[in-house]
Design a protein around this ligand. Structure first.
Ligand code: PGA
Length: 251
């Protein structure tokens, strides 16, 4: 059994004006020079930079993604962006169900599932995020919470090859805190089991990313955990040197 090709994806969140594309160019050049080794690399800038980022990455082994999409293809949804629009702008990935969207915009598992379905239909790979709060972890409910999110956000009919799951404990996002390697191993093994139940043998190939305060200094330990097939990187993806310091684990 071979492990899936790792993915190191950057989530720029609501950061980045046009000037930030210089960092993207630096990442592109470093990936092109082999800096991410056997891993695939992707950067998800804000909507306003998706098309320009796709232009920067044209023909290079650095994919571009977005951070959200609407569940519908088009229509009267002021301020929203459809998956088809993202694909048209040159995106290959879209993050759905990030905890900040679940919290700030009240996105439920059903909404996340509809967004993932739209992304897949548009030919994008959906990075579906799950993760528990500090209170949920402390009360021993982490696996049950994440299990429920997976049941609600995924669909057995999704093409497994175009799904990525990102496990991001909410309390680890932007805090500098990370779970122990043993806790990450338990959670990722649990997610793998769920994916195999949903997708059979194809569940083995679904990439399960870890996210939450990943940085160059802890990447080797976290990426070395079984069933961790890469990282979803927030803050550290804004600087080419930090992002590449993480991706370097796969060289
Ligand atoms: P962080 O964010 O790396 O800044 O903790 C991760 C994420 O929210 O995707």
């Amino acid at each position: 059994m071979t492990a899936p090709r790792p993915l190191v994806a950057g989530n720029w969140k609501m950061n980045g004006l046009k000037g930030q594309l210089a960092e993207l160019s630096a990442i592109r050049d470093a990936v092109q020079a082999g800096g991410a080794g056997r891993a695939e690399a992707a950067i998800c800038p804000p909507f306003t930079l998706v098309a320009a980022a796709a232009e920067v990455c044209k023909g290079a082994p650095l994919a571009v993604g977005a951070q959200d999409c609407h569940a519908n293809v088009s229509g009267a949804h002021t301020g929203d962006v459809s998956a088809q629009m993202l694909a048209d702008a040159g995106a290959a990935y879209v993050i759905v169900g990030h905890s900040e969207r679940r919290a700030d915009h009240g996105e439920t598992d059903a909404v996340v599932r509809a967004k993932a379905a739209a992304a897949l239909k548009a030919g994008l790979t959906a990075i579906v995020c799950v993760g528990e709060t500090q209170v949920e972890r402390a009360s021993g409910a982490a696996l049950a919470v994440v299990g429920g999110q997976l049941d609600g956000s995924l669909d057995g009919d999704f093409p497994a090859t175009n799904i990525v799951v990102a496990y991001e404990p909410i309390w680890a996002i932007g805090t500098g805190l990370t779970p122990t390697a043993a806790d990450v191993a338990d959670m990722h093994a649990f997610i793998r089991e769920k994916l195999e139940t949903l997708y059979g043998r194809k569940g083995v190939d679904v990439r399960i990313l870890y996210g939450g305060s990943v940085k160059p200094s802890n990447a080797a330990e976290l990426m070395g955990v079984k069933n961790v097939d890469g990282a979803l990187v927030g803050g550290a993806s804004l600087k080419a040197s930090d992002f590449m310091g993480i991706a370097a684990v796969y060289r």
